[in-house]
Every structure is written in C-alpha cells, then in structure tokens.
Write a protein that binds this ligand. Sequence first.
Ligand code: ZN
Length: 146
Amino acid sequence: MNDLRDLYQQTIFDHYRQPRNLAKLKDANRSAEGYNPLCGDKITIYLQVEDGVIKGASFEGSGCAISTASASLMTENLKGKSEDEALQLLDKFHGMVTGNIRAGDLGKLAVLSGVVEFPQRVKCAILAWHTMKAALQNVGETVTTE
Ligand code: ZN
C-alpha cells in the first residue's frame, strides 16, 4: 500500500512539474474559468467539442500541485469522450475524492484518490472538473468552489 501511495505521489508531482495540455487551445469552442478561493487556485479550461464529442481539451492557470495535476490528468482523459461520458466521469471523480466510490474504477485518475484524507484538498482536485462542466454548459462566468 505504501508503494502504491508513493507511485501516486510521484505521478501527481510529475503532472505538476510537466503539466499535459497546458496551453490555450487554438480551436476551442467552449471555455470557462474556475477559482478556488480556499487555496487560490485559478484555472481556465478550453474544450473543442464537435457533434457532442470532445476533440480537444487544455487548460491554463496557476494553482497548487493537486489542482494542476488534476487538470493535467483530466485533459488527458477527456479527448474522445462524449459530453455525457465527460459528465459521468466528473460524477465518478467527485465520488472518489469524497470517498463514496472506489478508486479502482477510475484508471489513472486514481492517483488523486489520496485527497480523500485531506478534505481541504478536495476542492483543489475537483476545481478543473467543475470548470470543465461549466465549459460544456457554456457558462460565461467564473465558477468558484465555494
Ligand atoms: Zn489548491
């Protein structure tokens, strides 16, 4: 179990130091901003959606290791998913970080399951996901986790 935890921490740190998809998405047709006042995490999510399928996902922003790694992992996961699948994944992810769903279901996203032990960090982990939902729904205002 400790080995697994080390692996999870290494993966989070790797995504924090070298975030995937950290750029403005040139062909984005959806975007939203998110803010977590508890920690100061700020994020913008960009999505390219065609015929209900997410063709591209990226993010910009500045935040802690957890929020950055979560956004990085999320954008990696979204490509090729339908809007419905993306929202279902959000529900699963939310369930995982709040301790209601086993991490085994979530593949690589399981690396963030450890935040369940740190309630203040749950909002860091979920920020990118709520912002992604707002982007899909084309909400034009900043989403806050409060
Ligand atoms: Zn944070």
